[in-house]
Design a protein around this ligand. Structure first.
Ligand code: ASP
Length: 325
């Protein structure tokens, strides 16, 4: 009996030492999902929609936390250094791939300092101006911007934000240089657009569709190759003459390097369940987002996608001469 009890204690001690105990009980408290931009913005909207469903699957709250700054790199540095205990996860978009070319001193390596969970949704962007901007279609807008470029500003969510990337591509496509006004997310940038303090914003449909439908902004087109179901009458920028203009915002979910594999697997399963949850699919469809195909939902799928995006954007960004020290 004494022998058996000591055996039990010995195996319990071994489980605790290897972390097996903690893993089988995971999650025993709320799990943080870090969002690198302001609450209420497009990345936050995606994160909160997934988090509500994942909380139901995991039986613990998935708590969305907004860590702002430097186009998402403040949050990424925080997660790269967080404890790999299964209680910190990170959702980020294309910025994970563009940051290495944009920031000369980046405190993390996106490919080696994280564990990879899954992709989630792909989101188109839309080109907008303040409601009283004196141009009613893309051709008028381009002509007005070219003629008044020194007076026009362009809001974004900082270097590494997709709003900055889309704005930079628009400037290059029409041959202008506008004054950038950075915010800590496009939720505050949208407020400034609605208030008429900034002129132009390129932003994801997960924030812009309600404002477009309400007629609160001027809307010039979507950044996808084809028209999107959520805005069927809206032309693409490419079909209106901005040849090959294409930006699609993809989202990856990451964890600090060293997070135990069984936890990553449970998180991956919770993401997959969320992506089939009717509450999530309905909301994402209304907001123009597409659920990522199964091939993008594995950790390996996310890792190879991120690598291909780093390889794609690095040369384009370096050629543009855009960077921060
Ligand atoms: N739309 C932002 C971006 O430009 C991010 C956000 O606020 O969600 O990256």
């Amino acid at each position: 009996m004494i022998f058996r009890r000591s055996l039990l204690f010995a195996s319990l001690a071994a489980m605790c030492a290897t972390g097996a105990w903690a893993q089988s009980a995971w999650p025993s408290k709320p799990v943080s999902l870090i969002v690198p931009f302001a609450a209420g913005g497009p990345t936050d909207v995606v994160a909160r929609s997934l988090a509500a469903s994942m909380s139901r699957t995991l039986g613990q709250t998935v708590l969305v936390e907004n860590k702002l700054g430097a186009g998402g790199t403040v949050a990424a540095s925080y997660v790269a250094r967080a404890a790999p205990d299964g209680y910190t996860f990170f959702i980020h978009h294309n910025g994970m791939a563009t940051a290495p070319a944009l920031y000369r001193k980046l405190a993390y390596n996106p490919l080696t300092d994280f564990e990879f969970v899954s992709q989630a949704v792909d989101v188109p962007m839309t080109l907008l101006a303040r409601k009283d901007f004196p141009a009613n279609n893309l051709q008028e807008m381009i002509a007005y911007v070219r003629a008044n470029q020194s007076k026009i500003n362009l809001a974004n969510a900082g270097l590494g934000a997709v709003s900055q990337l889309c704005g930079m591509m628009f400037e290059r496509a029409i041959g202008v240089k506008l004054t950038a006004v950075p915010f800590q997310g496009t939720a505050p940038a949208m407020n400034a657009l609605l208030g008429g303090q900034v002129d132009i914003l390129c932003d994801q449909t997960t924030q812009t569709i309600p404002q477009i439908k309400a007629g609160a902004v001027k809307f010039y087109g979507v950044t996808t190759r084809n028209r999107i179901k959520a805005l069927p009458d809206a032309p693409t920028l490419a079909e209106q003459g901005l040849k090959d203009f294409e930006v699609i915002v993809w989202h990856g979910i990451y964890a600090p390097k060293g997070t135990p594999k069984p936890i990553l697997e449970k998180m991956n399963a919770a993401v997959r369940t969320a992506l089939k949850d009717p509450d999530v699919t309905r909301r994402m469809a209304d907001l123009g987002a597409e659920i990522a195909p199964d091939s993008k939902l594995s950790p390996e799928g996310l890792h190879s996608w991120l690598k291909s995006e780093i390889d794609k954007w690095g040369p384009i960004i370096r050629a543009s001469g855009t960077f921060a020290d």
